[in-house]
Ligand binder design. Sequence first.
Ligand code: ADP
Length: 301
Amino acid sequence: MNAIEVVGLGKSFADQWVVRDLTLSIRRGEIFAFLGPNGSGKTTTMRMLSGLLTPDAGHGFCVGHDLVRERQALRERIGYVSQHFSLYEDLTVRENLDFVLRIHGKARRVREKSMDRFGLRLLADQLAGKLSGGWKQRLALACALVHRPDVLLLDEPTSGIDPEARRFFWRVIQEEASTGCTVMISTHYLDEVQQYCDRLAYLMHGRMLIIGTVHEVIETSGLAAVQILRAGFEVARKAEHQPGVEHVAQTTSGVLLTGPDLKSLQACAARIAPALPAEAVAPRLEEVFLHLARSDGRNAA
Ligand code: ADP
């Protein structure tokens, strides 16, 4: 059985649908990225999946529990880290963990193991509110995992966190997934998606525009890309508004042109930077999403 299975899920606030007709299957142990611009419905979906919000349309199961009828049982099997970490700032690190353990009826000795795993022992008596962003994130993750959930929902957990804390975070996520925990994560860091996630979905105005592996999503977009090596700002400026070029980006290797037709991009590179080498490369997710957003806007108009 899939860990998450929803059909036609929807949610409206004040007569506005903010999640529409969402159909999704996520298998056990999968690391699934949930992407989209701010306001596209990611948090609302996660709140429905965790039993915190009741859907207004559709139905579904998370770890075998009905999203509407079995919300209490569902919450026992879910770990959820919200954007703001939802810690009790006036409680210490230890007290935060104890609080979560009490809610789930788990023995306190688990707390020591958790503090060791997350390197929190030396900070056990510190108030959560006094921790730095990276340590708050660690504590929030420790609290979300301390009752051994089957599904972990993470809402932009790496925003504003330094690279070392992010690496630690992803190591924990990979360990959890390897033992069968299903992870759904919303993030704006597309490099992390490419590196760590099995599949992704992209949401816009509450609708899922695409779903698949990174490779599938890039393939499906029908986009091509050409990298003009060692090219700088002047070349980038010239590339804008050239026929067939949809996006221009300055990268560490040069200038990246993206558009629907490889031959047009190659012709453009030869025209604007004849002395520089240019090579066909895979388009990046960033441009793929911009392309999808633009097509969606045109379809909606
Ligand atoms: P995301 O997580 O992708 O940024 P959200 O799910 O937070 O998107 O929000 C989707 C839309 O739903 C936004 O327009 C937001 O303002 C609206 N929304 C979310 N929660 C509520 C609420 N409790 N009441 C009214 N509108 C809400």
